[in-house]
Design a protein around this ligand. Structure first.
Ligand SMILES: Nc1ncnc2c1ncn2[C@@H]1O[C@H](COP(=O)(O)OP(=O)(O)OP(=O)(O)O)[C@@H](O)[C@H]1O
Length: 345
């Protein structure tokens, strides 16, 4: 069931030429975690602020829990929307204890604030730290306090602005998982903004990708990664290799060799074969479809990236497992098990 609905939302700031948010519509299902991703200036924060009630759109309708909260000039003020917000810098009160920080926002809710605050801190795994001050906690723990403070009033929806950006790489993986588990345990619907594709792919149930204020695609991570709707979305989720190819009756001729593919006959002129590094495989035996010279091998612990060049110096990158041993300058044979085909010109 949909809990939040945005219909044709437009927002332009002052006398800017372009809309920061341009005709955006989507629904969010109850209990789901949605990531808003896009590069800097794509409109992610503006969209989050429109939902929170911190900005008002020029046009469009927003409904929350079946109630229209924004339409034309009508607006339900931010403080009565029952929206929880976690800010990028956590915005904890430094002179209040953890418990006091969480109690702060629940003075007016039903029940005993002390009990609710303690229960919520327990939920986020901080039941031992009630009397500590924010500076006595790690970044990940501070973030859980901010999360506890936002969910303690039992909001209809939780909004988080770049929740993982202040954490170092080691902590990030752990915190992503913790935050996802807490959110799922409470069953709350959450929307978070990030510019990091890893955050989005690993934490969200669905991802909405924005570019210059326009919604490009909204879907589950696997679909965005494997079946991007356009080149922008495809490249946003990581580099793709491009091989120029000439179609024939039964395949494509490329400078790396022949790719057998019955689809080729549908194309009249040159195409690009587009594939991610993990969609190719380096094989040891000769006689495979494609070949080239290894020009570089980069080791990353969990995997290696092998750069293979054709006779003209054109390169592709293929991901392999970390245990394989390759010599630079040796011949490599590879095949593509998945690729997209696009008209080249
Ligand atoms: N308060 C404001 N006044 C004027 N223009 C603004 C304001 N806030 C955002 N903008 C503009 O609106 C557009 C979208 O900005 P927004 O902050 O929503 O993007 P973003 O995707 O969240 O970017 P970032 O990742 O850098 O925070 C940008 O062109 C930005 O310059």
């Amino acid at each position: 069931m949909s809990i939040l609905s945005l219909q044709n939302i437009y927002k332009k700031y002052g006398n800017a030429n372009d809309f920061a948010v341009n005709d955006i519509s989507f629904n969010v299902t109850e209990g789901e975690i949605l990531a808003l991703v896009g590069e800097s200036g794509s409109g992610k924060t503006t969209l989050l602020r429109l939902i929170a009630g911190l900005e008002h759109p020029d046009q469009g309708i927003i409904s929350l829990s079946g109630q229209v909260i924004v339409e034309g000039k009508k607006t339900v003020p931010a403080h009565t929307r029952k929206v929880g917000m976690v800010f990028q810098d956590y915005a904890l009160f430094p002179h209040l204890t953890i418990l006091e920080n969480v109690k702060f926002g629940i003075q007016k809710v039903k029940g005993n604030p002390e009990t609710i605050a303690k229960d919520t801190l327990k939920l986020v795994g901080l039941k031992e730290d009630h009397n500590k001050y924010p500076h006595q906690l790690s970044g990940g723990q501070q973030q859980r306090v901010a999360l506890a403070r936002a969910i303690a009033p039992n909001p209809k929806i939780l909004l988080m602005d770049e929740p993982f950006s202040n954490l170092d790489a080691m902590l990030k993986d752990q915190v992503r998982e913790e935050i996802r588990q807490i959110i799922k345990k409470t069953g709350i619907t959450a929307i978070f903004v990030t510019h990091d594709t890893k955050d989005a792919l690993s934490t969200a149930d669905r991802i909405a990708i924005l570019h210059k204020g326009f919604l490009q695609q909204i879907d589950i991570p696997k679909v965005l990664y494997e079946n991007p709707i356009n080149p922008y979305v495809a490249n946003f989720f990581g580099k793709r290799n491009e091989i120029l190819a000439t179609p024939s009756e039964d395949g494509f001729y490329t400078t790396f060799g022949f790719v057998s593919d019955p689809e080729a006959k549908k194309f009249k002129s040159k195409v690009k074969l587009l594939f991610r590094p993990e969609h190719g495989e380096v094989v040891q035996r000769k006689g495979q479809q494609l070949s080239g010279k290894i020009v570089k091998v980069s080791y990353f612990g969990s995997h290696q990236l092998v750069k293979i060049s054709d006779d003209e110096g054109f390169r592709v990158t293929i991901r392999t497992n970390p245990g394989r041993v390759f010599d630079e300058a040796e011949s490599a044979f590879f095949y593509l098990w998945k690729y997209d085909i696009e008209e080249a010109f």
